[in-house]
Design a binder for this molecule. Structure first.
Ligand SMILES: NC(=O)c1ccc[n+]([C@@H]2O[C@H](COP(=O)([O-])OP(=O)(O)OC[C@H]3O[C@@H](n4cnc5c(N)ncnc54)[C@H](OP(=O)(O)O)[C@@H]3O)[C@@H](O)[C@H]2O)c1
Length: 276
């Protein structure tokens, strides 16, 4: 497994996304993922599954320190006291003690960034999390967060896949030695997986389209991907991307698709996104 080192954190470059996984299905998938070799699990307060994620971790029997667990504070709760209460509730729900990474899930224009970033630092100081980071921040917002924060901002978790260039955010992450954690890395299983450029590489390497797309992501410096699946048989497939390499032409053909700039996740509370 490739590890992305960022701000003192060692982030496994493939993680399991758990959005929409609920109840015993969630517990089963988390335990199965760890059994299949996953060492990075992504959850959030808003997913309503932290308890089940924690159960799956405990059921797997894995040594706590071998696992990297991320959770996120919903954007309506990022004022100082709310953030700290919400972080404590997350830790109680997951039930494995300190989490590895605590993120602001979305920025909130009505809360000064300074207040939220200082609260994240306080959560770290209180031992609720080992590392702190942000999600859905523009490049300029990341610059601002890094300037405010005493502790390193170890990542910006954003939508990233072959149909969406994130050049500005990638540049900002690299400028600050932060990781870019790619969410919706499979484009939610849509058209990306049947695009001719992806299919051609899949045929050439004898791999699935999902493996080609994930490989394209994790080959990039500082990029981590957190694909979600509800199908146990796809767990090994989505993790099996460390034993082949894309050719230059394949890489370039897939990178060219990013100019489509197709965003799948754009709620009305989203920030004013970077153009590229
Ligand atoms: N920070 C944020 O604001 C934010 C926003 C969105 C997502 N996220 C995180 O990112 C994770 C992943 O993003 P996502 O859930 O939006 O989308 P995704 O991982 O790009 O796609 C998930 C979809 O792809 C399908 N899929 C999975 N593996 C496949 C494979 N090998 N071949 C074909 N199809 C496959 C899944 O179907 P099956 O279930 O049928 O396999 C599911 O419908 C989330 O679970 C969440 O943890 C964060």
């Amino acid at each position: 497994m490739k590890i992305v080192e960022a701000g003192g954190a060692a982030i496994p470059s493939i993680g399991l996304g758990t959005w929409t996984l609920k109840g015993s299905d969630c517990t089963d998938m988390v335990a199965a993922a760890i059994g299949a070799g996953y060492r990075h699990i992504d959850t959030a307060r808003m997913y309503g599954n932290e308890r089940e994620v924690g159960e799956g971790i405990r059921r797997s029997g894995i040594d706590r320190d071998a696992l990297f667990v991320t959770t996120k504070i919903w954007w309506t709760d990022i004022a100082a006291r709310n953030l700290l209460n919400s972080a404590q509730a997350a830790i109680d729900a997951i039930g494995i003690g300190t989490v590895d990474l605590l993120l602001i899930h979305w920025p909130n224009q009505r809360v000064p960034l300074e207040e939220s970033v200082e609260a994240l630092n306080e959560a770290k100081a209180r031992g609720l999390t080992r590392h702190i980071g942000v999600a859905n921040f523009t490049g300029a917002m990341l610059d601002e967060a890094v300037a405010i924060s005493a502790a390193p901002i170890v990542c910006n978790q954003v939508e990233y896949h072959p149909f969406l260039s994130q050049e500005t955010v990638l540049d900002a992450c690299r400028r600050h030695a932060a990781g870019l954690v790619a969410y919706s890395p499979l484009g939610r299983g849509g058209e990306i997986l049947s695009h001719p450029a992806v299919r051609a590489a899949a045929e050439h390497h004898g791999r699935s389209p999902a493996q080609i797309v994930l490989r394209w992501e994790i080959e990039q410096d500082g990029v981590v991907a957190i694909p979600r699946t509800s199908k146990p048989e796809r767990l090994a497939e989505n993790l099996g991307v460390f034993d082949f390499q894309l050719d230059d032409e394949e890489r370039q053909a897939i990178t060219a698709l990013t100019q489509r700039r197709e965003r799948l996740v754009n709620p009305d509370f989203a920030p004013h996104w970077d153009r590229a």
